[in-house]
Design a protein around this ligand. Structure first.
Ligand code: LLP
Length: 462
C-alpha cells in the first residue's frame, strides 16, 4: 500500500492506494464504499477531522497559555454538521458555532452542551432567539441595534440574563472571494468600529453602550470574522488589533473590560496539489504574540480568545466519490486560433452537491479512484448532470486518456460547504455523508430518496 503524496496534496491523511492502485480511505476501498452506499457520496475521514480539531485546540491552547491567557476553538458548523459530527467536536473539546435554529437543534441533538454553543446570524428570528435562550447557549452574537433590543426583551421575558457578544465590522478586507469576505464596511454583518463624520460614537460603540445599559444582557465579548479561505495571518492580526482598540476604548469610557474576543474563522486549506496552507502551529503563536503586544501598547489585560474554524477542520477530511458516465470529446478553438479537443467527463452529481465552482469559481483536484492508469493524460473538464452548461466541477484537469464510464472519480477537499450547501436542483437526491475510520464505514446522513421528495410535496390539490 502506498500513501498518496500527502505533503503537497489536498487528500485526507487516511487516503492511500493499495498495491493494485485502488484508492482507500481509512483503509476502506472506494469500490466497496461505492457498492455499499452508491455514488455520489461524501466520504469523511473521521480521524482526519479529529486530528485537525485536536491540532487547533492544542496549538491555540499552548500559544495562549504562553501569553497568560486561554483560548477556545468553536467549530463553525455551517461547514458541515450532523449529530455525529457535533459529537466528535465535543469529544475533541471543541465548542460550536451555529448560525440558525437548525444548526442549533442538530448540535444539541449530537450532545454538544448548550453552554459551549454560540448563536450567530444577522437576521435571527424570534424563534431562534427564544430557542437559544431556553436551552442556555453560551453566547448570542448580536449583530445590530434592533437585535440588541429584541434579545434583551426576549431574555427579560424568559427571566434570564443573556450572554452576548457584539459582532464588529473592523474594516479589514480578507478572503479569497468577495462573497465570503465579511468585515469590509459595505456588507450586512456587524457594526462598524469607525465613526461617521460628525458622530461622537461609532455604531459599534453606540451598541456596546446600549448593551451595558440593559439589565437582561451580559456583555461577554467582542467578535470579528473577516472572511474565509484566507491564506495568511496579516488580516487576522490587523482585525485583532482593531478589536483590542475598541475594547480598550470601552474601558476608558465606562470602566467595563470585555473578558473575551472572538476572531472568527476563515483559515484557508489546500484544494489543489500545489497549495500549502498555514497550519494551526503557525497561526496560533503569531496571533497570540500580536495580541500580547497590542495589549501591552493599549495597557489592557490580555483577553480570553476564541476562534471559529469550520473549513480548516472538516474541509480536508472530506472527499466526494462520483461514478463517471457519459464522456464526450468536444473540439474547441483556443486563444491562439488552434483547435484542440477537450474531453467532457460527466459524473453522476454536479452543482447540486458542490455549488462552489459555479458560485465562487472554486478549483478542485480529482483522481481516478478505482484504479491507476498509465494511459497518456488528456485535457478534461469534469461536469455534472444538471441542465446548465455552468455545471462544472473541475474546469481543467489532466485525466488518464482511458477514463471511461463506470470509473470512480474522487474529488478532494470537499468536506466543507459541499453537503451543507447542497440543493435538490433538478430534483436530484442529496448524497449521503459516510464516515470512514479504521477500516469501517458508517452512514452519518443517509442519501435522500424519491420518497423524501414526494413526502415534502403537498400534492396536486382539487
Ligand atoms: N465564523 C463566522 C461568523 C462565519 O461567518 C464563518 C463562515 C466561519 C466562522 C467559518 O469560516 P471558515 O473557517 O469555514 O472559513 N460558503 C463559503 C464559505 C462561507 C463562510 C461563511 N462564514 C465557501 O464555500 O467557501
Amino acid at each position: 500500500m502506498t500513501t498518496l503524496d500527502l505533503l503537497d496534496s489536498p487528500w485526507p491523511n487516511g487516503a492511500a492506494r493499495d498495491d493494485a492502485g485502488e484508492m482507500l480511505l481509512a483503509g476502506v476501498p472506494v469500490t466497496r464504499l461505492a457498492n455499499e452506499y452508491g455514488t455520489p457520496a461524501y466520504l469523511i475521514d473521521e480521524t482526519c477531522f479529529r486530528e485537525n480539531a485536536r491540532s487547533f485546540v492544542a496549538e491555540f491552547t499552548e500559544a495562549f497559555i504562553a501569553i497568560g491567557s486561554q483560548a477556545d476553538v468553536y467549530y463553525a458548523s455551517k461547514a458541515l454538521l450532523t449529530k455525529a459530527i457535533a459529537r466528535w467536536a465535543h469529544e475533541e473539546e471543541l465548542h460550536l458555532d451555529t448560525a440558525s435554529g437548525g444548526e442549533l437543534a442538530v448540535a444539541l441533538a449530537g450532545g454538544m452542551p448548550a453552554a459551549h454553543i454560540a448563536l450567530h446570524g444577522n437576521n435571527k428570528s424570534d424563534d431562534e432567539i427564544a430557542a437559544a435562550l431556553e436551552v442556555g447557549v453560551g453566547r448570542i452574537v448580536v449583530d445590530s441595534l434592533p437585535e440588541i433590543e429584541r434579545v434583551a426583551q426576549a431574555a427579560a421575558a424568559c427571566g434570564v440574563v443573556a450572554p452576548v457578544m457584539l459582532r464588529l465590522t473592523t474594516g479589514v478586507h480578507a478572503g479569497w472571494h468577495e462573497f465570503i469576505s465579511t468585515a469590509h464596511e459595505d456588507q450586512k454583518f456587524g457594526l462598524s468600529i469607525t465613526s461617521a463624520p460628525g458622530e461622537a460614537y461609532s455604531p459599534a460603540m453606540t451598541a456596546l453602550l446600549r448593551i451595558l445599559e440593559l439589565p437582561s444582557l451580559r456583555l461577554v465579548g467582542l467578535h470579528s470574522h473577516i472572511g474565509s479561505q484566507i491564506a495568511n495571518t496579516a488580516g487576522f492580526v490587523e482585525a485583532a488589533r482593531a478589536v483590542l482598540r475598541i475594547r480598550a476604548d470601552l474601558v476608558r469610557r465606562t470602566g467595563f473590560l470585555c473578558e473575551e474576543i472572538d476572531l472568527g474563522g476563515g483559515y484557508g486549506i489546500a484544494y489543489l496539489p500545489d497549495e500549502t496552507p498555514l497550519t494551526p502551529g503557525e497561526i496560533a503563536p503569531t496571533l497570540a504574540q500580536a495580541i500580547a503586544a497590542a495589549c501591552v501598547e493599549l495597557d489592557t489585560p490580555v483577553p480570553h480568545v476564541s476562534i471559529e474554524p469550520g473549513r480548516a477542520i472538516v474541509g480536508p477530511a472530506g472527499i466526494t466519490l462520483y461514478t463517471v458516465g457519459t464522456i464526450k470529446p468536444v473540439t474547441v478553438s483556443g486563444a491562439d486560433g488552434e483547435t484542440f479537443t477537450r474531453r467532457y467527463v460527466s459524473v453522476d452529481g454536479g452543482m447540486s452537491d458542490n455549488i462552489r465552482p459555479a458560485l465562487y469559481g472554486a478549483k478542485y483536484h480529482a483522481e481516478l479512484a478505482n484504479r491507476v492508469s498509465t494511459a497518456t493524460p488528456v485535457l478534461a473538464r469534469v461536469v455534472g448532470k444538471h441542465c446548465e452548461s455552468g455545471d462544472i466541477i473541475i474546469d481543467e484537469i489532466w485525466l488518464p486518456g482511458d477514463v471511461c464510464a463506470g470509473d470512480l472519480l474522487a474529488v478532494a477537499a470537499t468536506g466543507a460547504y459541499g453537503r451543507s450547501m447542497a440543493s435538490n436542483y433538478n430534483l436530484l437526491l442529496r448524497p449521503p455523508v459516510i464516515a470512514v475510520r479504521d477500516g469501517d464505514a458508517r452512514v452519518l446522513l443517509r442519501r435522500e430518496t424519491v420518497a423524501d421528495l414526494l413526502a415534502l410535496d403537498e400534492g396536486v390539490g382539487q
